[in-house]
Write a protein that binds this ligand. Sequence first.
Ligand SMILES: Cc1cc2nc3c(=O)[nH]c(=O)nc-3n(C[C@H](O)[C@H](O)[C@H](O)COP(=O)(O)OP(=O)(O)OC[C@H]3O[C@@H](n4cnc5c(N)ncnc54)[C@H](O)[C@@H]3O)c2cc1C
Length: 310
Amino acid sequence: MYGGAKAVFYALSRSSFLKRLASRYGMAGGASFARRFIAGETIEDAIAAAKRLEAQGLLLTLDYLGESVETLDEAVAATREYVRLMDLIVASGIERNISLKLTQLGIDVDRATCVDNLRRILEPAGRHGFYVRIDMEHSRYTAMTLEIFETLWAQQYRKLGVALQAYLFRTEQDVRRLNALGAQVRLVKGAYKEPPSIAYKQKADVDAAFLRLARLLLDEGTSPAIATHDERLIDAVRAYVDQRRIGRDQFEFQMLYGIRRDLQASLVAAGYRMRVYVPFGREWFPYFMRRLGERPANLGFVVRALLRER
Ligand SMILES: Cc1cc2nc3c(=O)[nH]c(=O)nc-3n(C[C@H](O)[C@H](O)[C@H](O)COP(=O)(O)OP(=O)(O)OC[C@H]3O[C@@H](n4cnc5c(N)ncnc54)[C@H](O)[C@@H]3O)c2cc1C
């Protein structure tokens, strides 16, 4: 069921008919269904959401949605949008932290141009003291993403981190290598459809790998981010850091916008660093479908919202 629901929603996420339908209804009004998970379509919407989160003691990272761009023009447009976003973040006074995807910067079109685009973002990011996190996408990009990250790291880009996915068999080796570099990792379970030859398929196996890797990051890594809404795993991490006397400033929890807001608030109240990933932009459909696939019960919420709106 775990993999099955994900696979169905993954297939649906590629449907252009559904995308048109969702674009029409999903973000139309203030209470539209996609707004639960996406901060809005504009940078201004995202900054307003970020300010509300900061007022609650939450940290944040802003993600300009978009992925799998097919032309260099689109990749350059996304790069410009990130640069504009950083200017507006600086002007707004919110925390300077962004997340991005290499397929949005054109890795599918031309790897060298993608790296150039990333540098175009890192240059003003460095000047303004931004932290930049590279999301991890489908396994066809894992090696490339890590090569690019490690090259830039070697070139002294130090306010740069990357995400690693616990469901991939290779990740333990990647964690050990990045720990040795002193690089910062965001650990996630993994959100894409992967074959059993390279990834755990059962939830219990993914969870066990996540906890094993989280401990490795907490013991030997640098400021790791433990990114999950899984309360059992969060409790296990809390117990582990207590037992090992790891300070609360040595790591952070991360969750997605709109998911387990109760748990986000209780972690802040308990004195943990808790960062919320705030996605925004017009290209929200694939992101939204991944969130539905993780928890098919969300579909009921969407259908109820649609019935109310129409
Ligand atoms: C900050 C952050 C960044 C991420 N970056 C990446 C990335 O770069 N690459 C990548 O592949 N994946 C990324 N992910 C997604 C991740 O891989 C998982 O798909 C996602 O976090 C769901 O897994 P989970 O750890 O919450 O555990 P699950 O076992 O899926 O869920 C545990 C519990 O969390 C709650 N929950 C989980 N998902 C939802 C939802 N959609 N709606 C409502 N409740 C939910 C439910 O209560 C559920 O029982 C990121 C996740 C976070 C939090």
